[in-house]
Design a protein around this ligand. Structure first.
Ligand SMILES: [Zn+2]
Length: 155
């Protein structure tokens, strides 16, 4: 069985930690194809959302609301696509899945950061799997700081 990377996060993996709650981590995703895209990672090794405890579900519900509000207020997202896919784990002959949830904010209008314009050309449709646009590094840092400040000031 392959060692679980979500259970062995190093400093580099944690550099974009947005929020740390009792049962979940929230990270800004490496892929910023949809600006503000984030990942919620369960702190416990667990292979399916069907196996979450009541307390983990309760906190997840709170985090979904908290993060979605953050994305709407700080970045102007209209709504969010939430997904728990787990597909890549099952490419291995002995899958070792770890629950994590993706959130992609969706934008009707252009998002402007430091004068750079980002468009959600698929708005109203399924998110694109291979968007070519890359966020500028300074914009990524600004998104991270803005979201982190908001998420940690509203508790
Ligand atoms: Zn794990």
């Amino acid at each position: 069985m392959i060692e679980c990377s979500w259970c062995n996060l190093n400093e580099e993996d944690r550099q974009y930690l947005l929020f740390d709650s009792e049962y979940w981590f929230v990270f800004l995703a490496d892929e910023q194809d949809y600006v503000g895209r984030s990942i919620l990672v369960l702190k416990r090794h667990c292979g399916s959302i069907a196996e979450l405890t009541e307390d983990e579900w309760k906190e997840l519900r709170y985090l979904i609301k908290h993060l979605e509000t953050c994305l709407k207020i700080t970045l102007g997202a209209d709504f969010c696509n939430w997904s728990c896919l787990m597909n890549s784990f099952f490419k291995d002959s002995v899958p070792n899945p770890h629950v994590h949830i993706h959130v992609r904010p969706r934008y009707r209008n252009s998002l402007v950061i430091n004068g750079n314009i980002y468009n959600d050309n698929e708005f109203g449709h399924h998110y694109a799997l291979k968007k070519k646009e890359q966020i500028k590094e300074q914009d990524r840092k600004m998104v991270y700081q803005t979201m982190k400040s908001w998420l940690n000031s509203q508790i």
